[in-house]
Design a protein around this ligand. Structure first.
Ligand code: ZN
Length: 446
């Protein structure tokens, strides 16, 4: 197949270039002008051709919490949003992915379902310390992109680690050559503040009060110190506080933020309520523009969705304290960054490519196959009409989750086609074109 007449975004490019892309089998075999030959032509006239997006933080909840999401619906949402690779979290499935046996059950459950390629994280939880936990990390290290941990956990089934346990995990992860991912909020602060604010009220501002900026910043400071002491590789997930992001400067650890932290503030949370309940919660206004600056200057490495939908009844329990924390996001991640980052000039084209695809592939050890448009790499592409405006409607999501804080928001740049390993898996007119099971598991380089 030849993708012809498009405006192609190659890695490192300052501008889109008028180029054709030849795909042989599942890979890109040639990039140039005026390519011709046998085989089908995919006409990309008027369209931008970007590398398929990578969403390195999703909760597809499969197996175990499939009333919220499953791998088929989640991966369809990803495909429709221009995402060709996701990395799924270990904590929101039953059993959580912490050893070889639970990883096997996960792979059995999701193998027939995914429309996009996927990697998995393993996890280490408080319960892991009751048995041969380090052995469990070894069992799955070759199959997972990293190990997810929590300083504060809302899940009884996935207990948080104290600082000493976290240091032990860092030591083992260093030996195994895998990064440790952390949900960074300070346990002492949050557990002391939560009952106080619960007595005070039941508003978004109360929820924020229980987990303000300091809770995030303290946790990142502690984690960075511990990781440096261990000589280990640390990644902070879903940064929502600019001061916490600034801690990463020059410290070796990496970080991600999410579209909701770049788009919304505490004032929006006050106004919208539960559809914007996420953890860590939204912070006051100045954080939003500062997070954009940290993303633009490279302090924050990439953007991930933290896709975590739920049914309407779990979002509307009657109390902000018990409403489910999480929103669908893998379908709006790339359109958001393209529209509000690149089109609005907040980040360059080069930086856009890095934060939606390239940096996650590098970070997790599969940049040899994915993350940019280059000869020899998987033919993972997203074709975007840069002139087309569209309005987000949750009811049209392929995800099981329909409640989105972006409801009614207009983006510039409609996704026209998504191509994974040379196959069109999504077309704006025809919908999802790949069966569940087309997506393959990715492992990091040894
Ligand atoms: Zn998450």
């Amino acid at each position: 197949m030849i993708v012809k007449n498009g405006r192609v975004a190659r890695s490192g490019a300052r501008e889109f270039e008028a180029l054709d892309v030849r795909i042989t089998g599942e890979r890109i075999s040639e990039i140039g002008r005026g390519l011709s030959g046998d085989g089908p032509i995919l006409d990309a006239r008027g369209l931008c051709v970007l590398p398929g997006g990578i969403d390195p933080h999703v909760h597809f909840d499969d197996p175990g919490y499939t009333h919220r999401e499953d791998f088929y619906h989640g991966s369809c949402a990803a495909a429709a949003g221009g995402i060709t690779t996701v990395i799924d979290m270990p904590c929101t499935s039953v059993p959580p992915v912490t050893n070889a046996s639970s990883l096997g059950r996960k792979l059995d459950a999701i193998g027939p379902k995914s429309v996009v390629d996927y990697g998995l994280y393993g996890g280490v939880r408080a319960q892991s310390f009751e048995g041969e936990w380090a052995g469990h990390m070894e069992e799955i290290a070759a199959d997972v992109m990293g190990f997810k941990t929590y300083f504060v956990s809302g899940m009884e089934s996935f207990g948080r680690l104290n600082h000493y346990q976290f240091r032990q995990v860092l030591d083992v992860a260093r030996e195994l050559g895998r990064p440790v991912l952390l949900h960074a909020e300070d346990y002492d602060y949050v557990t002391a503040a939560t009952p106080v604010y619960r007595r005070h009220g039941d508003s978004p501002a109360d929820y924020y009060g229980s987990r303000p900026e300091a809770a995030e910043t303290l946790a990142v400071l502690a984690a960075v110190e511990l990781a440096e002491g261990a000589g280990a590789d640390l990644h902070i997930v879903h940064l929502g506080t600019a001061a916490a992001g600034r801690v990463l400067r020059g410290r070796g650890a990496t970080g991600e933020t999410a579209p909701h932290y770049l788009a919304f503030t505490l004032d929006d949370f006050r106004r919208v309520g539960s559809p914007l309940k996420i953890t860590p919660p939204l912070k006051p206004g100045e954080n939003r523009e500062e997070l954009w600056e940290l993303l633009a200057d490279g302090t924050i490495d990439f953007v991930a969705s933290d896709h975590a939908p739920c049914p309407a009844e779990e979002k509307g329990t009657g109390s902000i304290w018990t409403d489910y924390s999480g929103i669908p996001g893998c379908g709006t991640l790339l359109p958001y960054v393209f529209s509000e980052g690149y089109v609005k000039g907040r980040i360059t084209l080069q930086r856009t490519l890095e934060v939606i695809s390239e940096n996650a592939a590098r970070r997790y050890g599969f940049a040899d196959r994915k993350g940019s448009i280059a000869v020899g790499k998987d033919a993972d592409l997203v074709l975007i009409d840069p002139q087309s405006d569209w309005v987000v409607r949750g009811q049209q999501f392929h995800s099981k989750g329909k409640i989105t804080p972006f409801e009614g928001v207009q983006f510039r740049g409609r996704i026209v086609k998504t191509v994974l390993r040379g196959k069109v898996i999504y077309d704006a007119g025809e919908g999802i074109l790949a069966p569940g099971g087309y997506g393959r598991m990715l492992r990091p380089l040894a």
